[in-house]
Design a protein around this ligand. Sequence first.
Ligand code: NAD
Length: 249
Amino acid sequence: MSCIDKRAVVTGGLGGIGTAICQRLSQAGAEVIATCHPAEIDQIDAWVQAQQDKGAKICVVAGDVSTAEGGAALIGKIVEQFGAVDILVNCAGITRDTTLKKMTAEQWDAVIDTNLSSVFYVTQPVWNGMIERGFGRVINISSVNGQRGQFGQTNYAAAKAGMHGFTMALAYEGAAKGVTVNTVSPGYIDTAMTAAMRDEVREAILAGVPMRRMGTPEEIAHAVAFLADDASSYITGANLPVNGGLFMH
Ligand code: NAD
């Protein structure tokens, strides 16, 4: 895969899936900038060192993507420090699972703001530049549960389904300008997000996965690198499921 001479920004870059995406895009030749939540600032040095030990030189910029001001300030800082963004991977996300009956407005808002509104806040400031330069890749990390729903995840499923609606609508706006917009929808992936599940929940989930295993962050990163590739120029508005067969349609 080739992303040579491209600059890539990965939100949620210090997370389980984000880290693998940063590594993979760096291996493909991109200059990679990971973004992290301000609460993760203490982890930056160790994370950068760990990536360097694996052969990737990746810079990190902190900023909260769940607010309009946070997203604009983050991209402003990146463009000023590094230059224009060619590849944007919207990977920051959270869950606040509970049944609708018990869900608070705060739990609803936190998930919608972080998973869905962030995509607008971060993509808009890079969009005009991509259109003007005639090249861009926007890749949104959604979820299988945005496609099929899940008990206790009305907030998360709504946000993740919304991400793909955003992808399809924006794909029209970039289509004639060399800018593609796509979604990757992971199934259950071995990261801190899923490690928090109780063993019996984990086993019940795996029983429903035709491949009988969780995916790896590297398998998601591979799909992202494929869509980011210069040669993937005729793929736009697509949703690429990477879920071990958990949901097919
Ligand atoms: P993770 O918790 O390891 O990483 C998420 C990252 O997003 C964290 O580093 C976190 O700090 C960052 N983040 C959260 N809120 C933020 C904010 N307001 N501003 C800036 N950064 C913020 O999770 P992960 O498992 O690596 O998941 C990455 C993405 O993949 C998420 O969007 C998640 O919904 C999606 N996903 C994960 C799985 C899975 O099984 N792990 C499955 C489907 C989809």
